[in-house]
Design a binder for this molecule. Structure first.
Ligand code: GLP
Length: 242
């Protein structure tokens, strides 16, 4: 039950490998529930999925999506929000019903309440058939940051200094990076039927190594994926430390 590794030569190959696993789930189940991630890593995979939709081999019309996380506070039309990212990278390019695409609400007046409502949405859409994950340099998944203890359900979290620094490249300046986020918890993520986690580049090497060691430590939240029976890491040689 250890994490399966698909070692790809490069990013383009990783994107195709991840897209073909997601596509297989969608072809087997027309109304699949997809758990989706943001960040730079899955961008190529979304491009592949959009292309498969364009040429008619993949149908999104009955698909539901739930995203892992969202900055807080942030408006959906801020080009750094994860809602905006998903529209730009996938939803605007495929035949999906946007009313069935869910991202935690970065505009909610009461963020704790938004998290409770998100868990209700997750319960109502049913089990996630496949969850796509990236991994932070510090081993975070979603925005579950390394800490003494981790949260089970969707919750409000402060971002660590290292995550703010890593994500500053997308914002005008480091000071513009929101300091909080709403994120699925570890239990929420581990409820998915199947999980793929993508990692490329040497910056992810240490986090990937801890995860693949097979133990559990809250200082690398991705290591908790070792509790799940069906996890596949899709990575390039640099992420494996080669
Ligand atoms: C972000 C997101 C994660 C993502 C990770 C890695 O902060 N919250 O869901 O997997 O960091 O991002 P990237 O793929 O850009 O390296």
């Amino acid at each position: 039950m250890s994490i399966k590794v698909i070692r790809c030569e490069n990013y383009a190959e990783m994107s195709r490998a991840a897209a073909s696993i997601v596509a297989k789930v969608m072809i087997e189940k027309k109304n699949a529930v997809l758990g989706l991630a943001t960040g730079s890593t899955p961008v190529g995979m979304y491009g592949e999925l959009a292309e498969m939709n364009r040429i008619g081999v993949l149908d999104f019309s009955d698909v539901t999506t739930v995203n892992l996380d969202e900055y807080y506070p942030i408006s959906p039309d801020n080009d750094q929000s994860y809602r905006y990212f998903m529209n730009e990278n996938l939803f605007d390019h495929v035949n999906i019903d946007k009313s069935r695409t869910y991202v935690p609400d970065g505009t909610a007046a009461d963020p704790d309440d938004a998290c409770r409502r998100y868990e209700e949405i997750l319960d109502s859409v049913g089990q996630v058939d496949i969850q796509v994950l990236g991994i932070g340099q510090n081993g975070h998944i979603g925005f579950n940051e390394p800490a003494e203890s981790l949260e089970v359900l969707t919750h409000v979290t402060g971002l660590t200094a290292s995550t703010i620094k890593a994500n500053a490249r997308f914002f005008a300046s480091e000071a513009d990076v929101p300091t909080k986020a709403l994120t699925m918890g570890m239990g929420t993520i581990l409820r998915a039927k199947k999980i793929i986690i993508m990692a490329n580049g040497a910056a992810k090497r240490d986090a990937v190594a801890v995860m693949l060691k097979g133990g559990l430590t809250t200082s690398c939240p991705a290591s908790l994926l070792n509790l799940h029976p069906d996890v596949t890491l899709i990575c390039d040689p640099a992420a494996l430390g080669e």
